[in-house]
Design a protein around this ligand. Structure first.
Ligand code: FMN
Length: 225
């Protein structure tokens, strides 16, 4: 009787051990598969995000106007304020850039430029742009950058807007100013391109443009870049 129960105990222990090993084996197998699946999903996700980013980049164009040189009496800018924002957008999105340059440069003097810009706005002038314009039909998203001049978009940017059709495209405005915020500029964009989709833009005081990297990056991040 004693012998039988000893044998029985041994068999039960062996069976239990087999069960434990089987259980551990199954656990390891399932875990390994799940980890493998997760790794595959992550890799696929990275590949498709990369694809989307590349795809987006090739359809995005940054167009901007900015005036370097004397900004305010005593303030000389090597690079214009709006140009600095454009540089950061380019860095983050990798998009193509087109800088609107006047065929006849604006005066070096700030005051003379202010007077000229006032006349241009009063006369609804369309100052000529240097060089060829980009073929905007290739792009579906346009970042449009400008300084506020007399509470609105500089007339040289209006020249650009007259010569391209941005209806049915996405326009993302960005702007620098002394104190006017957007001024009338968003209304102007909407009135020229009523069928464009106007996305959340970025506006900042010119004096803060050089240190705006973090703000620009966060705005772009919110837009999906
Ligand atoms: C001709 C001219 C007109 C301006 N008019 C305004 C204005 O109405 N409101 C404002 O806040 N700033 C005005 N400014 C200031 C500019 O918007 C500001 O300095 C801007 O950052 C300049 O950008 P930029 O360096 O890219 O040209 C004016 C500047 C100039 C040269």
């Amino acid at each position: 009787m004693k012998k039988f129960s000893k044998q029985k105990t041994t068999i039960i222990v062996v069976l239990l051990l087999i069960l434990v090993f089987l259980g551990l084996g199954m656990y390891w197998f399932i875990n390994r598969n799940q980890a493998q699946e997760k790794a595959d999903d992550k890799r696929n996700e990275q590949v498709s995000t990369k694809k989307v980013k590349n795809l987006n980049r090739s359809h995005v164009l940054i167009v901007y106007f900015s005036r370097s040189g004397q900004n305010y009496p005593g303030v000389n800018l090597k690079r214009g304020n709006t140009a600095r924002i454009a540089d950061e957008i380019k860095k983050v999105t990798g998009a193509q850039t087109f800088e609107i340059k006047p065929r006849v440069a604006y005066p070096k003097s700030y005051d003379k430029t202010v007077s000229q810009a006032e006349r241009e706005q009063k006369n609804k002038a369309r100052p000529k742009i240097k060089g060829e314009l980009p073929k905007v039909s290739k792009y579906d998203t346009i970042f449009l950058g400008y300084p506020i001049w007399w509470d609105d978009i500089p007339m040289i940017v209006r020249t650009f807007m007259d010569q391209v059709d941005l209806n049915n495209k996405t326009i993302i405005p960005f702007s620098t100013n002394a104190s006017s915020g957007w001024g009338k500029s968003l209304n102007t964009i909407h009135s020229v391109f009523p069928k464009a989709k106007l996305k959340k833009g970025f506006e900042i005081k010119g004096e803060n443009a050089a240190s705006a990297k973090a703000k620009v990056d966060s705005w772009l991040h919110d837009l999906g870049y």
